[in-house]
Design a protein around this ligand. Structure first.
Ligand SMILES: Cc1cc2nc3c(=O)[nH]c(=O)nc-3n(C[C@H](O)[C@H](O)[C@H](O)COP(=O)(O)OP(=O)(O)OC[C@H]3O[C@@H](n4cnc5c(N)ncnc54)[C@H](O)[C@@H]3O)c2cc1C
Length: 373
């Protein structure tokens, strides 16, 4: 009998898990908080072993065709003057001569979404209000609609996972703030930036800017020291004010970007943190992706960890369809060393890129040959 699985969160991890579980014969339902597919966000990276997973999904060529095609980058000073340029790497993608794929997060999510079969049920504009674990099922109360019962619940709902909060009820013990905020927003491409990235980094403030694939928008990421006390996650006006204050001294084109930020609804603000948990599951509930083991955008590896984790978890559930405890243990045993290597990439004090050999070891730090055979 097919087992039914609920996945909370239709981000990279949730969509990839839905793909694999559906293919393995599970009945899959996704519940997503936002009211539809969300565009925006910067580029993310698919690296190392995660490329093998994309290949196994049949999506590698499509992902390559959607990759950003930046030719290099310039570092600017606070007045907007170029102080350094390179065609060897960009701030966001790393070395340009590698096989890794830099792709906009929304393009990747759309690709994953389109790869889902019609059997996968997606509930938008809804989320889980309460979870009740029973011997043979997990009962879920949604914000909207009737209660339902599932065999397995997967929390793939990102760094501030609601499933994790309900499951472990001790956020202070597992969320390790990095003291840095990352704000991402889109503006029209006022400066006709084409195939090039511009960046700035002095002490705690840094930004990176590059055009969307169609060159009509700029995708802007600004990082700065986290305000104390932390701003409410719903206080978007306050978050935009904090970005403007941190960047008030930046000249050149930057004031124009801040003006455009004020009116955009494509704005994402996140206090960077890592998630470290002694266990990723409890009973019939298991965590996946940033919810379980966020490494933070500083690692550049969150998307690869989500893709690989989804593949491993779905494989282990298919191997142990009647024994979720064995499946969760196998998933965790295989993934932990890989997660540890990737979380260790992060050093907020480092001014330059992660050393190439350390990144190579981390992005290839798991062997999936037996699962992919
Ligand atoms: C809008 C957005 C933009 C991002 N932009 C970038 C970026 O530019 N650069 C970067 O490095 N990383 C970015 N990230 C994070 C990056 O996508 C993840 O680190 C990585 O891909 C791991 O994916 P994930 O699926 O575990 O988590 P996420 O990609 O965060 O996905 C989690 C999903 O769960 C949904 N969700 C959250 N809470 C609930 C809830 N209570 N109920 C139901 N659904 C819920 C979210 O809406 C989201 O769709 C972004 C995340 C989001 C949500």
């Amino acid at each position: 009998m097919a087992r039914n699985v609920l996945i909370s969160g239709a981000g990279v991890a949730g969509l990839a898990a839905a793909f694999w579980l559906d293919r393995a014969g599970f009945d899959v339902t996704l519940v997503e908080r936002s009211d539809g597919f969300r565009r925006g966000g910067q580029a993310v990276d698919i690296r190392g072993v995660a490329l093998q997973v994309m290949q196994a999904m049949g999506l590698l060529d499509a992902a390559r065709s959607l990759r950003t095609r930046l030719k290099g980058m310039s570092m600017l000073d606070a007045d907007g003057n170029e102080i350094h340029r390179t065609e060897e790497r960009t701030y966001s993608a790393g070395r340009l001569d590698s096989d890794d794929i830099e792709i906009f997060r929304d393009d990747l999510c759309e690709l994953l979404m389109k790869a889902l079969s019609a059997r996968v049920e997606i509930m938008y504009d809804n989320s889980i209000r309460a979870i009740a674990q029973h011997e043979d099922s997990v009962g879920v109360t949604f914000e909207r609609g009737s209660d339902r019962s599932f065999d397995i619940l997967i929390g793939a709902d990102g760094i501030y996972s609601g499933v994790r909060k309900q499951l472990f009820n001790d956020e202070a013990a597992c969320v390790f703030p990095l003291g840095v905020v990352l704000a991402l927003f889109s503006t029209p491409n006022f400066i006709a930036l084409d195939d090039w990235q511009i960046g700035y980094r002095v002490e705690e403030l840094g930004y990176v800017i590059y055009p969307s694939r169609d060159k009509r928008e700029l995708r802007i990421g600004v990082g700065f020291g986290a305000p104390e006390p932390a701003l409410s996650r719903n206080d978007v006006d306050g978050q935009k004010r904090a970005v403007s204050q941190s960047c008030a001294h930046l000249k050149g084109d930057f004031p124009q970007f801040l003006d455009a930020m004020a009116s955009t609804d494509q704005f994402y603000y996140n206090e960077l943190a890592q998630i470290h948990l002694p266990s990723w599951s409890q009973g019939r509930v298991v965590l996946l992706g940033d919810a379980a083991y966020c490494a933070s955008p500083f690692s550049g590896q969150g998307t690869s960890l989500a893709l690989v984790g989804a593949f491993v978890l779905a494989h282990d559930l298919a191997q142990h369809p009647q024994n979720h405890a064995d499946a969760f243990a196998a998933y965790e045993n295989r993934m932990r060393p890989y997660v540890d290597l990737n979380q260790a990439l992060v050093d907020p004090e480092r001014q330059g890129p992660v050393p190439d050999d350390q990144l190579d070891a981390a992005k290839n730090g798991i062997d999936l040959a037996d699962l992919l055979a």
